[in-house]
Design a binder for this molecule. Sequence first.
Ligand SMILES: [Zn+2]
Ligand SMILES: [Zn+2]
Length: 258
Amino acid sequence: MIKQSDIIADLHTHTIFSKHGYSTIQENIAAACKMNLKFLAITDHIYNDGTELAIKNEATRCKYLEKEINSNYEENQVYVIGGAEFNIAQELTKREKLMKLRWRPIGLHGFKLKISELTLNDLINEFEKSARMHNAFAHIERELHKIDNYSHGENLDDEIKNFFDTIIELAKLNNIFLEVNESSIRNNDDGNEVRINYWIRRALDNNCRIYLASDAHFSSRVGKFPLAIELLNEIDYPKELILNCDAEQIKEELKIVL
Ligand SMILES: [Zn+2]
Ligand SMILES: [Zn+2]
């Protein structure tokens, strides 16, 4: 059984830097403190126009997160992890520079991708290409309903199941964390929940390492995971496989020296 108080990190949050986030870094930090978190990853989006200026801004932002903000670490009591949320099939200049970020979840978004023109195999190929550069796969259940008319009701089509099985295999092979995203469960309009319910059980069968993510776009959501916790407890997901529950594991995986 895991409880909210076992969770010491939120590893996916957004700020105003993402444009569709509505809180500042300071507001997110204050919210994380209130939730007794020890680590807070700021994972604003890197948009598809990976232009020189965008990359420069991104690198500067992360430098501030890691150096300036954490220089008040004692006062804040929460260590801020400079990260970014990447998008599959994303063309970026200076990719190497961004690959130096500690925390680099990558997921599927429709920002500039025409998801309806892709197949599940295209997605698998993209995740496979990303696997060696990223340390986490974010919300793998999202946006799949846009791909074609597979059934996303209570009985998932075999093709969708095969997609998840393959992604899980990839994660396992490359030592990548899979994300349990609180927002995906809460915003279930497109059938996210049925898909999560499937893949989380397969992840458990394979002893996959996972992490919880609020994906907060507003500070009041930071560090709160009621639905994700309920889901994990339903299937008794072992605490040792949940990154957010273990400060030592977080420090080791993200190479954080305090
Ligand atoms: Zn996302
Ligand atoms: Zn996000």
